[in-house]
Ligand binder design. Structure first.
Ligand code: BDR
Ligand code: CA
Length: 311
């Protein structure tokens, strides 16, 4: 039976690619999409989520907006990479889906509480909504099967250094206080950081774009348009968010290191730095996480491209 997944996201080019992968993957059922300010402001990321879902025939998936700003820090987007609309200015019509009147944290809680221990939350933006949900509903961490997080740079490979600063990955840097709440919550975590997502063997390139242009489905067209924008100024389109989702599709694509994760919340040069310590090194509530330490890049790319192109 397909795994029920809620997707908390800030689309974003690679967030949109992850949504496409989710909608094309029989292993999971996309039950809820919640949006957060991250790559762009909240109204932009919400509009993008709705446009992507609607275009791909998934207007039935409920979309709820969440936090417009991090817990404590000031909001800063990433439009210089993702484009002025945060979605590479791809020609997508406006979506018709109505945004849920209720806020993301409450809907995320209800999603988890509907089947305790069975449901997965995938978070591909700053962790603000998840932190709000955990703060408002203290039992929520114990209700989830796992949270899959795209975030962090743990120096487990030569790629595991920051992309926002030399120390920090963007999602965690944007809201380190939220990451702190989630890391200490006790929720089972699977974390996919830059250690694997910046590995070029898992990134898409111009040859992949040419292959996608041969597809005729809406998924193939949208994927190609997003990729084309990302490749304008870069040799690779890194697949940060689709890689996080892929742990729920086929975890044999990855190797993991287990340990306790922590984050620097101070607003200095180390802000957002993530560390992985051996399990049991601290006794003050740090959760044990599975952190991705390598990826079979070619096999991941084959999975992604075949899902997008098939049918
Ligand atoms: C993460 O930051 C965002 O720009 C991407 O969407 C991804 O979630 C990578 O650091
Ligand atoms: Ca993202």
């Amino acid at each position: 039976m397909a795994l029920s997944v809620a997707f908390d996201t800030d689309p974003g080019i690679d967030d949109a690619l992850a949504l496409i992968l989710a909608l094309r993957s029989p292993e999971i059922r996309l039950a809820l999409v919640t949006t957060v300010a991250g790559n762009g402001p909240l109204d932009m990321t919400t509009r993008n989520a709705v446009r992507v879902l609607d275009y791909l025939g998934a207007a039935h998936v409920p979309v709820a907006a969440g936090a417009a700003a991090p817990l404590q820090k000031k909001f800063r987007g990433a439009l210089s990479y993702h484009g002025p609309d945060a979605l590479g200015q791809v020609p997508l019509p406006e979506g018709r889906t109505q945004i849920e009147p209720r806020v993301a944290p409450d809907l995320l809680f209800e999603f988890a509480a509907a089947a305790p221990g069975e449901r997965i939350l995938v978070a591909t933006g700053p962790l603000t909504n998840i932190a709000h949900a955990f703060q408002r509903h203290e039992e929520m961490p114990s209700l989830l099967k796992a949270v899959i997080i795209m975030g962090g740079a743990f120096r487990l490979t030569s790629y595991g250094t920051g992309n926002q600063t030399p120390y920090a990955e963007f999602n965690i840097w944007q809201d380190p206080d939220a990451a702190h709440v989630v890391f200490r919550s006790g929720v089972p975590m699977i974390i996919v950081g830059l250690d694997v997502t910046n590995d070029p063997s898992s990134a898409l390139n111009a040859a992949d774009l040419a292959q996608l242009r041969e597809g005729s489905s809406r998924a193939a067209t949208l994927t190609a348009d997003l990729l084309e924008y990302a490749l304008r100024d870069h040799e690779y389109c890194f697949m940060h968010d689709p890689l996080a989702l892929a742990t729920a599709l086929d975890d044999t694509l990855f190797e993991f290191t287990t340990g306790e994760v922590d984050v620097v919340t101070r607003d200095d040069e180390e802000r957002g730095r993530t560390v992985l310590l051996p399990a049991g090194s601290r006794s003050n509530g740090h959760a044990v996480a599975k952190v991705a330490s390598s990826v079979d890049g070619p096999r991941f790319r084959e999975l992604f491209l075949s899902r997008v192109l098939e049918g």
